[in-house]
Design a protein around this ligand. Structure first.
Ligand code: GTP
Ligand code: SPV
Ligand code: MN
Length: 603
């Protein structure tokens, strides 16, 4: 096959890899992507012709499309995700592992001829601003035009990335196929995918192979596969951090600005906090990122973060003008919607968008839906895909190659009991211990039992590209790279604590800014408020929380901050058991912190 490399790239390795993959996959054609708007529009138009995309009402959602997936391909598949390092020990006890040779053998067989009858697209992209020392380049090969248009939104994709790559630059190759070759004359399905799925990372070789799924993090290889699994392994080797974290800036009424990052597991509130509209007058926020942060120490000894992505792939259900008006404004136009419901006038709807559903909808299963039906109209993991620049509060530093200086690191999850609304850790080591101890109730973002509590250290359980015990050690080491007073302070929050009636005790969303304000005061140097010492960490004196206009009873606040020592003793027992799985990879610092917690809550 003659591939038109001339005006595209002269990178010998890149060209050789593409040719090798053509030999393996037998596509009918190769499309080298330039990343232009014209290319994006043409592909969207083709997806409309192939009935995968439906254009939405141009009066209501200009430039936007509705799309539904195969009902079996709706979320990340963690049990099909592999870290194929040379040794099983390097992948660690929290990852699925297979010998790399054996996995290559399986993959070579699967990819053999897998693109027959399809176009092979080659997508060059940059994760992070062009020219930033923190950025990385990737090239995704895919037979999914859906993946291409999503990569166009989610990354900085095309010619410009190739320019940065030049003829010698390094790139991370990502091979993707939906795994459904087309025979001549065969009618394509509207969402091709395979029942066999493999999401594979080779961390030493720094390459990605993904087979069988067209959805989200399984198929958009820049996101979880590159920016977290591969990048975390690279970050360990090079002394930086690749994290499942949002990045937000907050400015107080006096005009002082500080940046925070926050790690919450999937579907636990990152996008919402990243775009928060504070309920307290005079406070302003800006959004740098909603899912991934790459961080390095700067020459001044402070930690700096960039968002490697260029778009939001956000959870639709629960997003409304009340909960997240900035997200609602962001997705007014040029947005791709997957697995939400469709209204009669070609607009979108999902559970929680309005108090009452429209009388008639087309569900995410592409069938008629009425409010009487018990199944939701939108899939719980339905998503919008939209350029970050459309966010009304996108940070002016969004494209800053230096990144933004981080004052505070926040960990959190969904926990109906135990963890109070907010607490601060005593120091970096205690902070790393709290990150390592994170547990959260499972959500629809991944296949599994929704609501079940599971350990999710640093919200990285499905995303860490190496031994999680070593990852804890890497975090501890990072804390030694600068003077203690320059390190961000570390906090833990829980927006999801429930009362005896089973209802959330805290109103959440915009009201979370009250908690941010307390943290803002705490990270100021010197701290502007004193904190109350408890066995688990430092909590606010209630008078230091801005509660003006808050619809939260005194009783609720008491419950939000109550620390039940008995429950914490149970937690210690559970953590002891859990940390055992890391064996000799569990760093001493974590062991020491666990012991200290045990002593503080009473044995
Ligand atoms: P991923 O994109 O999967 O990584 O999710 P995320 O962490 O960005 O979560 P997101 O902000 O999309 O929120 C997920 C769900 O949690 C949505 O249904 C939200 O409505 C809900 N949620 C977010 N913040 C809050 C909060 O402060 N309180 C409550 N009760 N629910 C919240
Ligand atoms: C997550 O699950 O954390 C997501 C969605 O952000 S996905 O891109 O599918 O991983
Ligand atoms: Mn996420």
């Amino acid at each position: 096959m003659n591939i038109a490399f001339e005006s595209w790239s002269q990178h010998p390795q890149l060209k050789a890899w593409i040719e090798e993959m053509v030999q393996l996959c037998h596509p009918k054609e190769v499309h080298l992507c330039d990343g232009s708007k014209k290319e994006y529009d043409t592909l969207c138009q083709q997806l409309v012709e192939n009935k995968m995309f439906l254009p939405l009402n141009p009066q209501k959602r200009p430039g936007s499309f509705w799309c539904v997936s195969h009902p079996s391909d709706v979320a990340r598949v963690e049990d099909r995700t592999f870290i194929c390092s040379k040794t099983a020990e390097d992948a660690g006890p929290t990852n699925h592992w297979k010998n790399p040779e054996e996995m290559k053998h399986i993959l070579t067989k699967l990819f053999q001829g897998c693109m027959e009858g399809r176009v092979m697209y080659v997508v060059p992209f940059s994760m992070g601003p062009y020219g930033s020392k923190l950025s990385l380049l990737g090239v995704q090969i895919t037979d999914s035009p859906y993946a291409v248009v999503h990569m166009y939104i989610m990354t900085r994709m095309g010619k410009e990335a190739l320019k940065v790559l030049g003829e010698k630059g390094e790139f991370i190759p990502g091979m993707h196929s939906v795994g459904m070759p087309l025979k001549p004359g065969e009618q394509d399905s509207t969402w091709p995918c395979s029942s066999t799925k493999y999401i594979v990372q080779f961390p030493e070789e720094r390459s990605i192979w993904s087979y069988g799924s067209g959805y989200g993090g399984n198929a958009l290889l820049g996101k979880k596969c590159l920016a977290l699994r591969i990048a975390s392994a690279k970050a360990r080797d090079e002394g930086w951090l690749a994290e499942h974290m949002l990045i937000l800036g907050i400015t107080n009424p006096a005009g002082e600005k500080k940046y925070f990052v926050a790690a919450f597991p999937s579907s636990c509130g990152k996008t919402n906090l990243a775009m928060i509209t504070p309920t307290m007058p005079g406070w302003k926020t800006e959004c740098v990122g909603d899912d991934i942060a790459w961080m390095r120490f700067g020459a001044d000894g402070r930690l700096y973060a960039i968002n490697p992505e260029n778009g939001f792939f956000g959870v639709a259900p629960g997003t409304s003008m009340l909960s997240n008006p900035n997200a609602m404004k962001t997705i007014q136009k040029n947005t791709l919607y997957t697995n939400v419901a469709l209204t009669e006038d070609y607009d979108v709807w999902w559970e929680g968008m309005t108090p009452n559903p429209p009388e008639k909808l087309t569900s995410w299963k592409n069938t008629p839906w009425t409010p009487k039906m018990s199944e939701p109209a939108a899939h719980p993991n339905s998503r919008f895909t939209v350029p970050s620049q459309q966010c009304p509060i996108i940070s002016p530093s969004f494209n800053d190659p230096q990144g933004v200086p981080i004052s505070g690191i926040i960990f959190g999850g969904r926990r109906a009991s135990l963890a109070p609304l907010v607490y601060e850790t005593f120091d970096w080591e205690h902070g790393v211990f709290i990150g390592a101890s994170l547990s959260s109730e499972m959500t629809a973002a991944a296949k599994g039992t929704i609501g079940q509590l599971r350990h999710d250290p640093f919200a990285m359980l499905p995303f860490c590209g190496y031994n999680m015990g070593d990852y804890f050690g890497h975090w501890l080491e990072m804390g030694k790279k600068t003077q203690p007073q320059k390190l961000p302070k570390v906090f833990h929050v829980n927006w999801f604590k429930k009362g005896a009636d089973g209802k959330f005790l805290w109103p959440g969303y915009g009201e979370n800014a009250r908690v941010l304000k307390w943290m803002f005061d705490r990270v100021s140097q010197p701290s502007r408020v004193e904190a109350k010492k408890t066995p688990i960490g430092l909590i606010p004196h209630l008078e230091d929380l801005d509660l003006q206009g808050l619809s939260c009873s005194h009783q609720q606040l008491q419950e939000l901050f109550s620390i039940d020592k008995e429950q914490w003793r149970t937690e210690v027992v559970e953590l002891k058991k859990y940390f055992k799985i890391f064996q000799k990879h569990l760093p001493e610092g974590i062991q020491r912190q666990l012991q200290a917690l045990e002593e503080r809550v009473g044995v």
